[in-house]
Design a protein around this ligand. Structure first.
Ligand code: 48F
Length: 272
């Protein structure tokens, strides 16, 4: 068999990957908002922030997005969403659904793909295969000012490789049931916070409570999705996903308001 020597030389492939990959890392080394976790709440939050022109980075431990979406309910490939999200699914994400008697039914693969596509098209950046292992704080240890990141492969191999830091005005814990960023903040900050863990299952009220309690936990740190439930011991919910999207949206709106206020304060200080 003849080998085609006119193909792209491997040197070119390697150098192109390094050049563009490092440019991307340089670009995301300092952002407005870091969202930790690319599940439904994190991706919805990223979409609404990026759509508003906010420089947003989603860091996901795994090599793909979706978090718990792919597992549906007990691995059955149908995701249910409340009917009140009809407009959001259609207009914001172009997600198709089957109208059942009480709920809308969405294909999990479509939900994953379209939440991610919407966030990316709006301008959000994703860093896959990277784990947030610590937080950055201000000198008084009162405010979260960024995250400490390493490749998941490094963490899994238990290698001692120094991580890198990513600065952000705001960090969002969208790590699901683990609430891993708030757990770290509880140890490192001079603040009274703890992760209480999820409460017993009361699916009828759980979803709305997650949306209500998704908010700022301490300066510089918000929670969304199941991380919120874990922090406040909210009731455990069934496999219904509307609250994940709505809590991501709510937190994005809170952050947009906070960043706007910060900008106005900085402008006033400059002109004073
Ligand atoms: O678990 P996950 O989907 O969180 P969510 O957005 O949605 C919860 C639902 O999927 C479901 C449910 C709804 O009824 O109960 O469980 O709240 O996504 C969390 C993502 O965060 C990643 C993890 O791999 C997953 O994709 N993650 C967790 N810890 C880290 C992380 C970390 N330290 N660094 C980076 N990514």
């Amino acid at each position: 068999m003849e080998i085609d020597l006119k193909g792209i030389p491997e040197r070119v492939i390697t150098q192109t990957i390094i050049k563009h990959g490092l440019n991307k890392l340089l670009d995301i080394s300092c952002v407005d908002v870091v969202i930790v976790g690319a599940g439904p709440s994190g991706m919805a939050c990223a979409y609404y922030l990026a759509k508003h022109g906010i420089k947003t980075l989603v860091i996901e431990r795994r090599l793909s997005f979706g978090g718990g979406i792919g597992g549906g309910g007990m691995l059955i490939p149908a995701v249910v969403v409340q009917k009140k999200l009809r407009d959001i699914l259609e207009k914001d994400f172009g997600i198709r659904y089957i109208e059942d008697e009480h709920v809308l039914v969405v294909d999990p693969a479509e939900l994953i793909a379209k939440l991610a596509t919407a966030a990316i098209n709006a301008g959000a950046k994703f860093l896959l295969g990277a784990t947030v292992e610590d937080i950055l704080t201000d000198k008084e240890r009162k405010r979260v000012t960024g995250v400490v990141v390493n490749w998941t492969a490094v963490t899994m191999a238990n290698l001692w490789v120094d991580p890198l830091f990513i600065r952000a005005h705001v960090v969002v814990d969208a790590t699901g049931h683990e609430a891993s960023v708030v757990r770290i903040a509880a140890k490192k900050l001079n603040a009274k916070i703890e992760v209480l863990g999820e409460g017993p299952a009361v699916p009828e009220v759980a979803d709305d409570l997650v949306v209500k309690y998704s908010r700022k936990v301490v300066p510089g740190l918000y929670t969304t999705g199941m991380a919120t439930a874990a922090v406040y011991k909210l009731p455990r919910m069934g496999p219904i996903f509307g609250g994940m999207i709505l809590s991501g949206k709510k937190v994005a709106e809170d952050i947009i308001r906070e960043l706007k206020e910060q900008k106005e304060e900085a402008r006033t200080e400059l002109t004073a």
